[in-house]
Structures are given as structure tokens and as C-alpha cells.
Design a protein around this ligand. Structure first.
Ligand code: GLA
Length: 405
């Protein structure tokens, strides 16, 4: 039923139980014994609701998925660093204190460079080099945070392998900074936080202003979260993301002339109505309206889920999507098509884009008995509208960054 991406690499080299085989695969590629190889994993994430407000001091509600990026790693006796990726040909080499040089197959090494830089800045140059084999069941560029999974998996692996004792929140901050400084995306903290702190069967209610969080059991009864990958590349996502951030900063600066706030999400809907005239630009006003209303929807969603009121939660998901489509303008035709098709289906209580938008994934809350029909019909309707084949996966929850023993 799931045709998202199964638990094998695209070249089919490992089966679903691959995590256990990874030390063996490592030894085949790097030689030596597999006994001293350690394996670490970090999950993908979806966000249930609370989009584009983690850089506005809002509350967000992500979930770690049961799709992981894995790193098998072993120290070397010299200062060489060698990385291979099971999904891509070739290898990357550098030495302690130097960055990798990216090539067409290795765009991802910018994240590795960012982590190497951040970890060594915090803890000094590593005592020796290492070799590492990467393997992933997280779809890349699909808006489920493959980059945060890589950042957290690698930073956690380094911290554990070299006994650096970096706590999770610091790993999160190092990873976010790697994204800012090495990938050029001024992202909020939600993705890295969810990938580090995720817990099976729970969503995370994170206050991005204080970084306090609460695990909320994800009790969906007869309903399932269906993840719908638009398979539309997230073109322009990074530049548009930074543009939205700039618009929010502009709105905040104008509001601060008349009201004492640090973040947009401190406002209630009523306060937004009261003060919105002070924002000169109509577009910026709509961006701010999204942030304020989305933050309120997160709190209402948490209440609804805790009360087992899935209908209300589904309705809030839809309102969130419409706000991201109309006020924040980050959905795009592919995600809107998935949303529209999803909402036509019997047994679907709500749907919305998830993540940064501009392509990537949407999620839907679907009755378990209707999931097969839902996937079939949405796939057909989406194909008819976009000529793109969507991919589907019933989202299971996963664990934050951890070592596989
Ligand atoms: C990306 C960013 C996050 C967050 C989402 C939108 O995933 O990395 O920080 O802003 O977009 O909610």
C-alpha cells in the first residue's frame, strides 16, 4: 500500500532489516572488522500544525517519523575523514580541520561541513579522523527534514563516538546553525528539535520562544495520518523561505512601534485585528495574520487532540492549509491539488501541507478503513491535475536521534 519509499536503498542493496547489516556493509567498503563500528539513527519529521511560526516565537506541533537516516561510523588512527553514502556513488575525503569539497553527487556535504565546524568549535578539534557510511530511508527534498535528520544523526554520532557529551539541545542549536551558515536557509528550530527530541507515539508541543516542550500522546483512534509526497521539487523554497522571514521581521518592527512584543506570535487574533492597520503593506499584513492565527490553531489543535476530538483537529488542519495558501502563499499548485483531492474523499477529516511548502509533502487525517481508497483516488485526481505521480505512506511515529545497539 505504501509506495512512498520502502526500507531499501534505491539500488536495492539492503533489505528492511538493514540497520543490523550496516556494520557488515561498512566493513565491506572500508575493510577491517565490523566489531568497532557504531551505528546511529535520526528520524524524519512531519509537522501536524504550526507552520512557519517557529521563527516567530510560535508554538509548533511536530512528530518524529519512523523513517530514519543512519550513520555507521568508526574512528581512524590518522587525521583522514572519509564518508560514503549507500545511495550515491563515490566518496568524500577531507582531513581534520578542513571542510569537504562538494560535487554534483554531494550537495549534502555542506551539512556535514556545518556540523564538523560547529562540533569542533564547541569542543575543539576531534582527536582523530573517522570513516562513515550513510544510509537513508528518508525521502530527500520532500519536506520531511532529511537535512535535519542528517545534521542530528551526524552530530549525535560525533558526540557519542568521541565522548564529547554535548547535550541534545546544544546539538539542536549546532545543527540549526549549520543550516543557517552552510546551507543558507535561515530556518527556525522546529525540525532539528523534533529530530532530536521525538518520541514514539507522541507529538511534541514546542514553544519556540522559550524552548519548553511537552510530549502529547498521539491518540488518533481509528484514524491514520497519511503522508502525501507531491514529488514536486521544492524549487525556490530556500529563497522564498528567507523572503517570508524578512516579511515577518518587517511586520514585527512596524507593530513594535505601537505594542510591546518580542515575537509576532505573542498577539491574539483580537489584538492582531486591533493593531494590524499599523502594518503599511497589505502583503506583510497577511503574512502576520497567518502567524498569529496559526499559533492559535496549534493550541486549539492540542486541546482537540487531548479531548479525542479529531473532527475539530481535522478542521483546524484545513484552516491551516488555507491560511498557508492564501495569506502566507507557500503552498503552490501541487500541494493545493493534493489538499483539494484529499478533502473530496470520504473518511478524510482534514488535510494540510507540512513543512516549508513550495512542493514537498502534505498530510491527511484519514479513517483506517478508507486509507486504501483514499490513496487510490487522491493519486488519480492528483495525476490528472498535475501529471505527477504522488507517493503515499501511512505515517508511523519514531524516536529521536539514538544509537542502535
Ligand atoms: C522548514 C524549516 C522549519 C520551519 C518549517 C515551516 O522545515 O526548517 O524551521 O520553519 O519550514 O514550518
Amino acid at each position: 500500500m505504501s509506495n512512498f519509499k520502502d526500507d531499501s536503498s534505491p539500488n536495492g542493496s539492503l533489505s528492511g532489516a538493514f540497520a543490523n547489516d550496516l556494520p557488515g556493509e561498512f566493513a565491506k567498503r572500508f575493510g577491517g572488522s565490523s566489531d568497532t563500528v557504531r551505528v546511529f539513527a535520526a528520524p524524519a519529521r512531519i509537522n501536524l500544525i504550526g507552520e512557519h511560526i517557529d521563527y516567530n516565537g510560535g508554538k509548533v506541533f511536530p512528530v518524529a517519523l519512523d523513517r530514519y537516516l543512519y550513520a555507521a561510523i568508526r574512528k581512524r588512527n590518522d587525521d583522514s575523514i572519509i564518508v560514503r553514502n549507500m545511495d550515491l556513488p563515490g566518496e568524500f575525503r577531507t582531513t581534520l580541520g578542513s571542510p569537504f569539497v562538494a560535487n554534483a553527487n554531494g550537495d549534502y556535504v555542506k551539512y556535514l561541513n556545518g556540523i564538523l565546524f560547529g562540533v569542533q568549535k564547541a569542543k575543539g578539534v576531534l582527536g582523530s579522523g573517522f570513516e562513515m557510511l550513510l544510509f537513508s530511508t528518508v525521502p530527500m527534498g520532500a519536506g520531511v527534514s532529511s537535512s535535519a535528520a542528517l545534521e542530528l544523526c551526524f552530530s549525535y554520532a560525533l558526540s557519542e563516538l568521541y565522548g564529547l557529551g554535548i547535550d541534545r539541545l546544544d546539538l539542536v542549536k549546532i545543527s540549526q546553525k549549520a543550516e543557517h551558515d552552510f546551507a543558507g536557509v535561515q530556518c527556525g528550530i522546529m525540525d532539528q528539535f523534533a529530530v532530536a527530541f521525538g518520541k514514539k507515539d507522541n507529538a511534541i508541543l514546542l514553544d519556540t520562544a522559550s524552548l519548553e516542550y511537552e510530549l502529547v500522546p498521539l491518540l488518533l483512534g481509528d484514524y491514520r495520518i497519511v503522508l502525501m509526497n507531491s514529488n514536486k521539487p521544492r524549487a525556490l523554497a530556500d529563497s522564498k523561505y528567507n523572503e517570508r522571514l524578512a516579511e515577518c521581521r518587517r511586520g514585527l518592527a512596524e507593530l513594535q512601534n505601537i505594542v510591546s512584543i518580542k515575537n509576532l506570535c505573542e498577539l491574539s487574533n483580537r489584538q492582531f485585528e486591533e493593531y494590524s492597520a499599523s502594518i503599511g503593506d497589505e502583503t506583510v499584513r497577511r503574512r502576520v495574520r497567518h502567524c498569529v492565527s496559526e499559533n492559535v490553531r496549534v493550541l486549539q489543535s492540542v486541546d482537540a487532540l487531548k479531548a479525542g476530538d479529531l473532527r475539530s483537529f481535522g478542521k483546524l488542519m484545513c484552516e491551516s492549509h488555507c491560511s498557508l495558501r492564501d495569506d502566507y502563499e507557500v503552498s503552490g499548485s501541487a500541494l493545493d491539488a493534493l489538499y483539494d483531492e484529499a478533502m473530496l474523499q470520504e473518511g478524510c477529516l482534514g488535510a494540510r501541507m507540512t513543512g516549508a511548502g513550495f512542493g514537498g509533502c502534505a498530510i491527511a487525517l484519514v479513517h483506517k478503513d478508507r486509507v486504501d481508497a483514499f490513496i487510490r483516488e487522491v493519486a488519480l485526481g492528483y495525476m490528472a491535475k498535475t501529471s505527477i505521480e504522488a507517493r503515499f505512506y501511512i505515517a508511523g511515529t519514531g524516536e529521536g536521534a539514538h544509537e542502535i545497539s
